[in-house]
Design a protein around this ligand. Sequence first.
Ligand code: COA
Length: 427
Amino acid sequence: MNFEDLRAILQYVPQFRGATFVVALDGAVIESPDFSNILLDLAVLRSLNIDVVLVHGAAAQIEALGAKRKVALSNCDGTGVTDEATLEISMDAISRLSHSIMQSLTTVKIRAASTNAIQARPAGIIGGVDARFTGTLDRVDGAMLRSFLDQNILPVVQPLGFDADGRTLRVNSDTVAREIAVALEAAKIIFISLRNPVNTGDFESRQWSSEDAQKILESESGKELPIGFVSKVKQAIRATRDGVPRVHLIGVDRNDALLAELFSNEGVGLMVYADAYHEVRLATPSDADEIYSLIRRAVEDEQLIERPRSEIIANIKDYLVLAIDGNVVGCVAVHLYEEEKVAELACLFVKKGHNGMGYGGILVEAARKQAEKLNASRLFALSTQAAGYLEKAGFEKVDDLSLLPAKRLDQWKGNSRNAVLLVHREY
Ligand SMILES: CC(C)(COP(=O)(O)OP(=O)(O)OC[C@H]1O[C@@H](n2cnc3c(N)ncnc32)[C@H](O)[C@@H]1OP(=O)(O)O)[C@@H](O)C(=O)NCCC(=O)NCCS
């Protein structure tokens, strides 16, 4: 790792400080040898003053205990019918699992408490069948969870709920995670499974708005996605609509998955988001240094012409920046030539590592709109290495140099760099 990466990581620290994350573990993860990495990462999150609530599932353990005791189970994940025998197996498996989680948290010096923060009621008849001891969430005792967090105690929540009469009901852990996140106004839910979901499906993007996520689930290919994954995405959609800004789905098959997902712009898993994940905005003077260092490499490679820092500062109002999580990863400038009322698109750049995600296209479109706002009658660009790119983005090559404003034509005559002139087709 170099120091530039460290800088990018540290930018998240103030953003996350004091935030609440709900970490939802599949039962199978707790059995896996990679669970120790998750424990260490939880300790890192705690050390950064991030409040963590741990919710765990237990389907794998319930299935294993059922097989060991030779009991036919009615359902393992708290979504179907829970008969008496399955409830008993579930309670045994879950209490052993909670005990083992407590033990593990103790090894990494995290103070934790197992809670009864979930109030539930019998789910009743689902699809014409009595779900018996399966529960529907009634209320999350947010005050209790918050008081633990305030005392620096990590609450551990089992996939069991209690009704008003104290009866135990089996509940689904993904649903519990969502309800807790909404009740605590958490900044994130992080669902952790054995496998990274982005390896199991062939998705074009790993960042879905909740609307995109809904469309994907409803599409033909969405119908073939694994049930466990679909359940989490559905919870993610509901959570983001109920005010949780981001929901992450990761797998422990990558040993740095939790930290890599949280402390890098693009992450490693799948993210469903509610808010504007990236934004294009007008640059401010405080962006000047960022823009200068961003484009330096492209200048060295002669993709962009050199602009001294002072020139960027002087023309900062011409620049637009694209930021992800507040970090600037791309820029473009729209220079207006007042006399001719003609605008130039210049200094288009997207940072390496973020290429091929459409950000260049977003910046070109933002530049076009900006030119429109400035009442420019034409938007042109001069490019040495990206003419093909600009052609795809709405520009066309022209030979008529008289289309250039007088001042720019003089500069071009002084140093053309054999740049190709392009004009936006919509002007
Ligand atoms: C050109 C640039 C802004 C594109 O940004 P980006 O966010 O990666 O681009 P997008 O995601 O919108 O588009 C990606 C597509 O453009 C293509 N592309 C990228 N750079 C290209 C170039 N110089 N010429 C032709 N096509 C290019 C990619 O191959 C990809 O094609 P595909 O969709 O068929 O797979 C970026 O590569 C960059 O900063 N380059 C260095 C600076 C530069 O040349 N700026 C242009 C000055 S006019």
